[in-house]
Design a protein around this ligand. Sequence first.
Ligand SMILES: Nc1ncnc2c1ncn2[C@@H]1O[C@H](COP(=O)(O)OP(=O)(O)O)[C@@H](O)[C@H]1O
Ligand SMILES: [Mg+2]
Length: 381
Amino acid sequence: MILFYYLQNEIAMEEVQPSHSRQSKTEYMDLKEVTAFESKRKEEVTLGTPQVERSSLGTDYAPLHPSTRSWEIPRNSVTIEKVIGKGAFGQVAKGTAIDLRGRTGNTQVAVKMLKASAPESDRSDLLSELEVMKTLKPHPHVIRLLGCVTETEPLLVLIEYVPYGDLLGYLRKSRGLNDTYFKDPDIKPQTSLTSEQLMKFAWQIADGMSYLSSRSIIHRDLAARNVLVGERETCKVTDFGMARNVQQENIYERKTRGRLPVKWTAYEALMFNTYTTKSDVWSYGVVLYEIFTVGGSPYPRMDGKKIAGLLQQGYRMLKPQHVDDKLYQIMMNCWQNEPKARPPFTDLTKQLKDMENQHKKLINMHIYDNQQYAKVEDLNV
Ligand SMILES: Nc1ncnc2c1ncn2[C@@H]1O[C@H](COP(=O)(O)OP(=O)(O)O)[C@@H](O)[C@H]1O
Ligand SMILES: [Mg+2]
């Protein structure tokens, strides 16, 4: 049975106590903190360890096709203009590049690179991000790789530039709040988003994730901050820094300690370190919450360290008042305890696409409580 904890008071309290902490710092927790609880649980739970064929990027990739070499471009063909975004790990600048493959002349690009003080592990994450992106074909709902500079320092990964920045900031800006991640949108968002637009964002992300899962890629960091908004407000999944390509069992077992986006991470990934496409489906459910609350924070005011324990007792986020039962049911399906019981991304895409075109408004923006989800954090850095 699923127990529900009543959270309304907690949400209300958050409004009067804006936090000044930077989001990217609070969303990723050190694994030691998260799993102090977990190691205790492991003694109690007699779940057999799944048969895991661990894949590491170094060994599981087929030799690169010779054409892959052509991703490499000379450093002097890239002009970096200014930093436009910072995540927990790297930074992203706007720039241009000349004569990228298949494109003559100047192309506007986003350049992903390390922060000055980045540890070696961040460098290997950026390199594995690049390797994952090289395996992808262009897809409308996944960000595209355009080139890279790896033979000279600094390491640069060039991806398609999007004018509206990340989805979380886009949603929050539509309510007049500031963005933590994206500094310089070329195009300001509309001041209020319709129920249809929110539904469109939802199915497009599911569609991008369907493609990634069809390529045996587990994202592991799906969140609205890692979805970009491109031309015609099209959502594109990005930030493959934690992604893994799994060929065999479709399970990735986390071996090393590291930073974890706790509030987006599936129960079994927090508890047993196992990641599958179904753990991405869990995160997708949290992204739906972010979208439908127009940039609200999941589990507001809840301490990340307590999340694993609460999920284990059956706690799930409550239905926001303005969200239809049908949509909430989809979110809850994504958060089923049993990973196999969660819907595949193909079904989610179809279901949400059908709903976009329904007459009935499934998100009632008239009763949306702007106060409840306002001031989710102090977003000024
Ligand atoms: N292609 C892009 N076009 C425009 N802005 C981007 C692009 N890629 C990233 N950004 C901005 O930079 C932020 C950090 O990028 P991300 O890839 O998530 O890096 P990190 O691994 O550091 O989290 C994003 O949240 C977004 O605001
Ligand atoms: Mg990111």
